[in-house]
Design a protein around this ligand. Structure first.
Ligand SMILES: Nc1ncnc2c1ncn2[C@@H]1O[C@H](COP(=O)(O)OP(=O)(O)OP(=O)(O)O)[C@@H](O)[C@H]1O
Ligand SMILES: [Mg+2]
Length: 471
């Protein structure tokens, strides 16, 4: 075990880590931090939820010269929510050193961003589209960047982002440190990365499996038409604290979240077509537990760190096997246990095999729970709820009423009635979901197989730029 005290870290940063409750370094942190502090380029691969953010964040913050009046560090992330989250973690780590990190992403008022950029934050955490936008407007200069990090590096170097990343890197000085981090790193992407890195060290935590052992993974074979009712049964049976349900398309996410709401669940959807305000609102509701089911496209698959996510449901099996690893990695973080359930329609069984080959792990098959089992589950939940409320207290106001009731009826009858009321009846409200076609298995694995770019406003590139930035 490596304690942060044993690493060559300055007092203010140690103090911040203590405040964050970090004592021991995770394996990726123990290996990556000393190398990164030496200025080494790195490719870091470690399982989801094992602290990669601090693994690059600590050395980056250590190397910042606080009094220099220019931006020295750049972190690029694939989604806006991740940019916000990473900037927050960097600000926590840098609190006592007084390092400031600014998130810069699409959908946020650009004038406000321009104003914030003029204050020269030490670190900028941004999504590629908005970073390029600022570069074109000349409201951002990268000529003093000494450290670049690509978080979710394999995603950033995939087809949808590679041109943007190349364009951004070209604006940075030649002399700089480049760090790549992800839970997955397909070989061809690594080869591509070597072109713009200086003899990077590879830090790969040799876990037996790509996925986290604390995540209990299983699959159910279902017909497309059954999926929704099966999902409701599982939710009722397991009463997740927080759950993420992944759907394949934006329409799917809209329909699913609507359908769940109709059946009385506290669910909201998130995908790239929603306004940034809406996206922020939904994520905040989910983080605070105002809603307990987040329905999402792959926009929420990578990097998001939300405490209390106990269940991940792949309502539709993911297209990219890598994204399976990332999706289920939203649970089982920082030593917590989690459960991941994948729905597979019969024609997608081969797709499941592809995922199993990547994760080097066979998924356990479960059968669809019966109505009876669900009912038992609901009764169990009702009992637990009643007990919890009784133990947590704050029920003085009801005690007099309870006394009155006990004069009318015996206690067992009354508790039974309370349980009956608390036991959620099966909700059969009809819902309508448009059927999704089963996924076609690709014969050859396409590494650059990303078809769709993340949804964001595009600025037409001139031909000149396009050629200039081709690697
Ligand atoms: N040394 C540590 N001690 C305790 N908690 C930690 C430590 N390092 C990180 N954490 C916590 O663990 C959680 C997961 O960290 P983080 O988000 O960096 O994981 P990750 O490896 O980037 O995962 P992903 O691949 O999903 O992006 C966070 O809540 C973080 O605060
Ligand atoms: Mg991460």
């Amino acid at each position: 075990m490596v304690h942060f005290q044993d690493l060559n870290i300055s007092e203010p940063v140690k103090q911040a880590l203590a405040k964050m409750g970090f004592e021991e370094a995770t394996p990726i942190q123990a290996e990556a931090i000393p190398l990164a502090l030496e200025g080494q380029d790195l490719i870091g691969q470690a399982q989801t939820g094992t602290g990669k953010t601090a693994a690059f964040g600590i050395p980056m913050i250590e190397s910042i010269q606080v009094h220099a009046n220019h931006t020295q560090g750049l972190v690029v992330t694939p989604t806006r929510e991740l940019a916000i989250q990473v900037a927050e973690e960097l600000n926590r780590i840098g609190e006592f050193k007084k390092v400031r990190a600014l998130p810069v992403y699409g959908g946020q008022d650009i004038n406000r961003q321009i104003k914030a950029l003029k204050q020269f934050p030490h670190i900028i955490v941004g999504t590629p589209g908005r970073l390029l936008d600022h570069l074109r407007r000349k409201t951002l200069r990268l000529n003093h960047i000494a450290h670049v990090i690509l978080d979710e590096a394999d995603e950033m170097l995939n087809m949808g982002f590679i041109d943007d990343i190349t364009a951004i890197l070209e604006q940075c000085p030649q002399e700089k440190q480049t760090l790549l981090f992800s839970a997955t790193m397909p070989e061809p992407i690594k080869t591509l990365a070597l072109r713009f890195m200086r003899q990077p060290a590879e830090v790969k935590i040799r876990a037996k499996e790509v996925t986290v052992p604390l995540i209990d993974q299983y699959y159910l074979e279902v017909q497309e038409k059954q999926k929704f009712d099966v999902l409701c049964r599982l939710l009722d049976l397991e009463s997740p604290e927080l759950a993420i349900v992944f759907g394949r398309t934006k329409r799917r996410v809209d329909e699913l979240s609507e359908a769940l709401k109709r059946r009385g669940y506290l669910a909201e959807g998130i995908h790239g077509d929603l306004s940034q305000n809406r996206r922020d609102q939904v994520i905040n509701q989910f983080r605070s537990g105002t809603i307990d089911i987040l329905v999402a496209t792959d926009v929420a698959a990578r990097g998001l760190d939300i405490q209390g996510v106990t269940h991940v449901y792949n309502f539709d099996i993911p297209q990219d096997p890598e994204n399976y690893v990332h999706r289920i990695g939203r649970t089982g973080r920082a030593g917590q246990a989690g459960q991941a359930v994948t729905f597979v329609v019969p024609r997608e069984i081969d797709h499941l095999k592809t995922i199993e080959r990547l994760t080097k792990r066979k998924l356990e098959k479960r059968r669809i729970p019966t109505i009876n089992e669900v009912l038992k589950g609901r009764q169990q939940t009702a009992m637990e709820t009643l007990l919890r409320v009784a133990e947590e207290g704050d029920i003085q106001a009801f005690q007099r009423m309870a006394q009155e009731l006990l004069e009318e009826q015996d206690s067992v009858t009354l508790v039974a009635a309370a349980l009956k009321l608390l036991t959620k009846e099966p909700d059969q409200t009809p819902v309508r979901l448009t059927a999704e076609e089963p996924l076609q298995v690709k014969k050859k694995k396409q590494v650059h197989g990303r078809k769709k770019r993340p949804n964001r406003p595009r600025y037409p590139k001139t031909d000149k730029m396009r050629h200039k930035h081709r690697p």
